[in-house]
Design a protein around this ligand. Structure first.
Ligand code: GCB
Length: 883
């Protein structure tokens, strides 16, 4: 034993394994950031002040979650670093930026080395000839997230600025695999012919020699299996001239390959290494993943992977997380893909831009098929510059993610003409359509030239314009973003739309690239309505869509919008700055409906979920009698039994992955147990809900504690998530109880309650977004005593700015433009607010609360409203018993 060890030691000193190959180091530490909107390097260099030390990844827009005015401007990053002469000997040095949003000028020691346009792909800079070895180097990066020539020009997501992905320092030997080919790996693996029996593998790439001498190298291309065993290999010598490049293509074969699929994501790797022929020194080596699979798409039969039909079912994914915006770590990206996989999807649309390589790598490993796209969203700019930037974004995406077997389709436009109707005069529309078409044709051509093996796609909004102008004729697959039953119409219009589309264009493969509905856990409803943001409407919507998609074989696949609640600084609605169509909250806590997807998509595990996580704390209205509340279970079992507080309710068959029970509830904790059988074994889930009782007939309820709040003009319970106070859905007054008298529900547009406009000065935005207009009175029949009554108002009609700058109520009232309301309010016949105008007092779309303490003697508390100008209205009312 000892002898063998000695021998190995001797051999290894005689023939040392020399590795002069590349070293890739993170370059994320020791940066400084300044929010300085000045693009002149010298000026900025002079500033000593205002620099803040940061660690990458970094964004300066973490405030996008709380304001629509987040910073779209320039900022600077700087970092000092040292290199010594020995380190640099025979080396090339590169910086690789994985993502800088949106424009980056990179300066080293005062010299501009490169400008990169586009915020969602990587770029590399060769700094070899510019680094100093005798003094510290100063790297400065000017970043701008506002540019009208770089896609996206528009879009429902925040354009977070910053160096928000990793930066790497790469040191390579003079002879190496190209690192500057659009920041790709420099290697492209194709499968020109592939079957279960044999895979023909082509490995292309470019080798560079940055030396002053000609190089003679051994190029070794190997295919390794998961155990690291070489299963195919090609070896050859190459000569590269001084300061030259060499393009190679090697062909290898694999017999009886293990195929890659969502169920069995077997990954080979392709290892490419370069050695000096004479001294055997390893000059460079890199590995890229290889998944052996083939796929096709057909308008009638849908998608096939490895010859087998596979319905593509998944979700779209934006990349932000509160509070770090889009500056996510690799672990967070991977976690998201794992969550998607856990939910059971086989397909993800990376919308609306190329995402971190960690995402793609995770998809390869987990077996998730990918649609990736560049960010041409809603609008395109005329002119060559936009076209050039879009083209390079496409080329970068394709080259950088070429070797990920998970990717099956590249996209390049989302709802490309949706903004034109608002922004462009009718007579100029055709010109814009022509321009969009020309760009699409150019990008399609570029895409196919770059990658003849993948499918092309784009997403349209549910409008015939794409068919009319011919945009839907260009790609291999048509993507439709369809929101029937959310933004418009009803669920059934979805069926009509897709059936009609398929009838008219039977040869076009069709994907539902988006479908979704918003939800806010503070809003719950026993009578959910379209666009009310209640959790229940989102559930109904998705419970309709999944089977409708599944039962149509011509629908190739579908991606729900969106996997997470995501940041969209300009969005208003119930949760301003957040698009809340997620199946998960932004912190990645699943909404109940996540489990509907899981039950629908997974058959390999039992799914049994009592859908009460989003509504754990309930307030029910009762005069002491037993109250039954709806409880739903999401499951993939055949039948499920539910019990509450130890009492069995019933066994119900599961249809469309859910069943519902009316559950008798008691005040306080209620323990629910769901159980069923999966593959002969019992499965069970336990959940609690907590109940508070609110009397219907307050007068008869005696003189106990009383706090009753009403979400006036709404069908929803609204729970203030900071105080847990529940504002009950509105109701008409009936004697002995409480409710409104007169008026009607306010609708900003027909069919939808309330408004989507943001209401300021409140955390409880949706409570203020609904109201009752033309209201005559609000009445509570209650025991005598001392009460506090609170009224909530927000004038949702007034033009806020003009009103706030008016100098006096009288002036405003006379102003013809003033659309706000003015009214008188009295309580139990006593005048309270005279000529009251919420808009004059605080401005339109702002919350104003009025409280009054009053002794009630006649058995009721009645608030009367009388219009002076415009209409009376009320958004919320609360009474609280003091004594
Ligand atoms: C769409 C867009 C997407 C939006 C989504 C929505 O059609 O493609 O970017 O976020 O609708 O939620 O309205």
């Amino acid at each position: 034993m000892k002898k063998i060890f000695l021998l190995i030691l001797c051999l290894s000193t005689m023939y040392p394994v020399v590795n002069a190959g590349r070293v890739v180091q993170s370059f994320n530490d020791g940066w400084y950031y300044a929010a300085c909107d000045d693009n002149r390097l010298q000026e900025v260099q002079r500033h000593e002040e205002g620099w803040q030390q940061v660690h990458l990844p970094h964004t300066w827009n973490a405030d996008a979650y709380s304001t629509r005015n987040c910073r779209r401007a320039s900022s600077w990053y700087k970092k000092e670093f040292r290199t010594d002469a020995a380190q640099m000997r025979d080396k090339q040095l590169y910086l690789k930026f994985d993502g800088v949003n949106s424009l980056a000028d990179v300066y080293l020691n005062g010299e501009l080395l490169t400008t990169h346009k586009g915020g969602y792909s990587a770029f590399t800079v060769d700094i070899t000839d510019k680094v100093r070895t005798d003094a510290p180097n100063l790297l400065m990066v000017h970043v701008n997230n506002q540019n009208d020539r770089i896609p996206p020009l528009s879009g429902d997501f925040t354009i977070f600025g910053g160096i928000y992905r990793n930066v790497w320092l790469i040191s390579a030997a003079k002879q190496h695999i190209s690192l500057t080919d659009y920041a790709s790996t420099g290697i492209y693996v194709d499968l020109p012919s592939v079957s279960e029996d044999r895979a023909e593998i082509s490995v292309r790439g470019t080798l560079v020699n940055r030396d002053v001498r000609r190089a003679v190298l051994k190029l070794d291309v190997e295919v390794l299996d998961t155990d690291g065993k070489t299963v195919a290999q090609s070896l050859r010598s190459v000569r590269i001239d001084a300061d030259g490049a060499f393009a190679f293509e090697e062909r290898l074969q694999l017999e009886k390959p293990q195929l890659w699929s969502p169920d069995s994501p077997y990954l080979y790797s392709v290892k490419v290494s370069l050695k000096d022929v004479r001294d055997k020194v390893l000059k460079d080596e890199t590995r890229v993943p290889l998944g052996v699979r083939w796929f096709s798409v057909d308008a009638q039969e849908g998608f096939k992977l490895n010859g087998e039909p596979l319905k593509l079912m998944g979700a779209c994914r934006h990349q932000d997380q509160m509070p770090m915006g889009i500056a996510l770590s690799d672990e967070m990206h991977r976690r998201d893909m794992q969550l998607l996989k856990d939910m059971g999807v086989n397909f993800v649309r990376l919308a609306h831009y190329p995402q971190d390589d960690a995402v793609l790598r995770a998809c390869d490993e987990l077996g998730m098929l990918v649609w990736e796209e560049i960010p041409i969203v809603d609008l395109i700019a005329l002119g060559d510059e936009f076209r050039a930037n879009a083209t390079s974004a496409l080329r970068e995406m394709i080259r950088q993610h070429y070797n990920h077997p998970s990717v099956i389709m590249w996209g390049y436009m989302n709802e490309a003409v949706i903004q034109l109707q608002y922004r462009v005069k009718k007579q100029r529309l055709n010109g814009f359509y022509e321009n969009t078409l020309a760009l699409a044709r150019h990008l399609e051509e570029t895409l196919k030239r770059e990658d003849p093996y993948r499918l092309s796609t784009m997403a349209y909004h549910g409008n015939q314009i794409y068919n009319k102008i011919g945009l839907s004729n260009i790609t291999d697959i048509s993507g439709w973003n369809l929101y029937q039953g959310w933004y418009e119409n009803d669920f059934k219009s979805f069926d009509r739309f897709v059936d009609e589309e398929h009838r008219k264009y039977p040869h076009r493969p069709l994907i539902i690239s988006e479908f979704g509905a918003g939800s806010d856990p503070r809003l719950q409803s026993l009578e959910p309505q379209i666009f009310d943001f209640s959790m229940q409407w989102q559930q109904l919507y998705l419970e309709y869509y999944l089977p409708a998609i599944m039962k149509r074989p011509f629908i190739v696949g579908a991606t729900e919008w969106n996997f997470i609640d995501f940041s969209s600084a300009n969005r208003q609605e119930a949760t301003p700055h957040i698009n809340n169509k997620g199946l998960m909250y932004n912190n990645r806590r699943p909404k109940d409906v996540f489990y509907y997807f899981q039950a629908f998509l997974r058959k390999d595990i039992p799914v049994l979920h009592i859908a009460v996580d989003d509504w754990k704390h309930r307030t029910v209205v009762s005069d002491g009698e037993a109250v039954e509340h709806p409880v739903k279970v999401y499951s993939n079992l055949d039948k499920v039994e539910l019990s509450v507080n130890g009492k069995k309710l019933s066994v119900q068959g599961i249809e469309n992955c859910h069943a519902g029970w009316w559950v008798p509830l008691v005040v306080g904790r209620n323990t629910l147990v769901a159980s069923g059988i999966y593959q002969g074994k019992k499965v069970e889930q336990v959940s609690d809900i907590f109940v508070k009782m609110q009397p219907r007939h307050i007068a008869a309820a005696g003189s106990g504690q009383l706090e009753l709040a009403v979400n006036v003009g709404s069908n929803c319970f609204f729970t203030d998530d900071k105080s847990d106070l529940c504002w009950l859905p509105d109701q008409a007054y009936t004697p002995g109880s409480w409710g409104y008298i007169g008026g009607e529900i306010f609708r900003r547009s027909p069919g939808r309650i309330g408004t989507t406009a943001e209401v300021k000065d409140t955390r409880n935005v949706p409570l203020l977004q609904t109201k009752r207009k033309g209201i005559k009175a609000y009445r509570f029949d209650l025991p005598d005593g001392d009460y506090e009554v609170e009224l909530l108002f927000a004038d949702l009609n007034a033009r806020s700015e003009r009103v706030t700058y008016d100098l006096g109520a009288a002036a405003t009232l006379d102003n013809a433009d003033f659309r706000g309301s003015v009214f008188n309010v009295s309580v139990n016949g006593r005048p309270w607010l005279s000529h009251f105008s919420p808009a004059i007092e605080v401005g339109g779309n702002r919350c104003i609360s009025k409280k009054l303490r009053i002794a009630v003697t006649g058995g009721n508390l009645t608030v009367d409203f009388e219009a002076v100008k415009g209409m009376t209205f009320l958004n919320g009312i609360k009474i609280f018993r003091i004594h």
